[in-house]
Design a protein around this ligand. Structure first.
Ligand code: 4NP
Length: 147
């Protein structure tokens, strides 16, 4: 089974949104993919997602409420086939952490970032859900191509 890890800074806004959208859309597509998310930082370990992220996800049919933040660990590079970063700072942190072994991290959107909504407004969280849906649709197409 393919295993995908989504990574942002705090694991309370963007990567839980990516995880929930991926879980929903992969199930809808009939794809068996294991998904998880983590943060490069440990500030929010054990906490549920930001209430604004939970609300924005719920508004488009994705349940984030049961997720809890964790920090990425070195073993994740061996456990997951794909490690997908929300933005370029996350990608740089992952590249520094990887230490030459395991999966090579990449940007979730390929050539664009999922902007950090933490200091923004609810509409910024809605935008994260939209970008999550776009990126996950591309992942579904890729995974189908490899099926
Ligand atoms: P995330 O958003 O990386 O999308 O989960 C953030 C969450 C927390 C902080 C920054 C961004 N923070 O500074 O605590």
């Amino acid at each position: 089974m393919t295993r995908i890890l989504f990574v942002c800074l705090g694991n309370i806004c963007r990567s839980p949104t990516l995880e929930a959208v991926a879980r929903g859309e992969f199930a809808r597509a009939g794809l068996e993919v294991e998904v998880d998310s983590a943060g490069t930082a440990g500030y929010h370990v054990g906490q549920p997602p930001d209430p604004r992220a939970i609300a924005a996800g719920a508004a488009q049919g994705y349940d984030l409420s049961t997720l809890r933040a964790r920090q990425i660990e070195i073993a994740d590079f061996m456990r997951f086939d794909h490690i997908l970063a929300a933005d370029r700072a996350n990608l740089r942190d992952l590249q520094a952490l990887r230490a030459g072994r395991g999966s090579v991290p990449a940007l979730f959107l390929g050539d664009a970032e999922v902007p950090d909504p933490y200091y923004g407004q609810r509409r910024d969280f809605d935008r994260v859900v939209e970008l999550a849906r776009e990126g996950v649709a591309r992942l579904v197409a890729r995974l189908r191509g490899h099926a």
